[in-house]
Design a protein around this ligand. Structure first.
Ligand code: GLN
Length: 289
């Protein structure tokens, strides 16, 4: 039975959906009242509230939009061949910054630091394939969701782990620090997890995969799209064919900066509505499949 894992995921999804509902109920105000080149795309009725929101934008560094991320999470964020940053999140954030008249700066860090970086006023947005959870909502506000992910299990080909339940057979599971995968797997057995003792966490997915290849862990639990990328890049690994529940990815923003939150959320909503987000996602994901 997959029920424990599935139940946990279902719980998180319900919370995520609730969270999304909350954040997306903000008034649909145009974000770019100050931006000449995007004026044509702005909704017709520009309310005073919207103007206020746009005038209110404060960022960590004037003229810049700092994005906290972990650039080891393909295809959402990774380091490109020329040493820059690329990926779905990076491209969406670039368009958001453009709409706000700002220049995007990518602050690359461990995943476990992206929310605290925003909370501590070091970065403006946390965009890192970041799943909306109720607990994270205590620390940051979330925008509308722009993508979905599911937690999957990677094992070496020939592994005796064939189902979610097999993870409970005294296995060691590799995860990334601070991720939902870590939260599900490390929770106590009575709560549907496998317990802290059965989980080893790594600063990023690539290191968890190295540990799997080196036999230090028996499986890696990680989001599906990075999982596909890692399996493609590393012979001898496979993703278990199991059904999971969908999580929502959104952008985390300081609870003390409503102006920025509304502006980023509105810019994102426009990019979803005009198909820009879909084009970017298709470029990195759907085209490969
Ligand atoms: N979606 C997962 C989470 O939010 C993993 C994100 C990541 O590792 N970049 O916890």
């Amino acid at each position: 039975m997959k029920k424990y894992f599935a139940l946990l995921l279902a719980g998180v999804m319900a919370l995520s959906l609730a969270a999304c509902g909350g954040s997306s109920s903000a008034p649909a105000a145009p974000a770019e009242t100050q931006k000449e080149e995007t004026a044509a795309e702005a909704p017709a009725e520009e309310t005073p509230a919207a103007e206020e929101a746009a005038a209110d934008i404060k960022t960590v560094e004037a003229g810049k939009l700092h994005m906290a991320t972990n650039a080891a999470f393909p295809p959402y964020e990774m380091i490109s061949d020329n040493g820059g940053f690329e990926g779905i999140d990076v491209e969406i954030a670039t368009l958001i910054a453009q709409k706000l008249g700002l220049e995007l700066v990518v602050d690359d860090m461990e995943f476990g630091s992206v929310i605290t970086s925003v909370q501590g006023g070091k970065s403006d947005i946390a965009m890192a394939g970041l799943t909306v959870t109720e607990e994270r909502k205590q620390n940051v506000d979330f925008t509308e969701s722009y993508a979905t992910g599911v937690q999957v299990i990677i094992v070496p080909e020939g592994s005796d782990i064939q189902t979610v339940d097999d993870l409970a057979n005294n296995k060691m599971i590799g995860v990334q620090d601070g991720t939902t995968g870590y939260i599900y797997c490390s929770s106590p057995v009575e709560d549907g997890g496998y317990g802290e003792d059965h989980v080893t966490s790594y600063p990023n997915g690539a290191m968890a995969i190295e540990a799997l290849k080196g036999g230090k862990v028996d499986a890696v639990v990680i989001d599906n799209e990075p999982a596909k990328a890692f399996v493609q890049a590393n012979a001898g690994l496979k993703i278990l064919d199991t059904e999971y529940i969908v999580e929502n990815y959104a952008i985390g923003i300081s609870k003390d900066n409503n102006g920025l939150r509304d502006a980023v959320n509105n810019a994102l909503k426009e990019l979803i509505a005009d198909g820009s987000v879909k084009l970017i996602v298709d470029k990195y994901i759907n085209a490969e499949n």
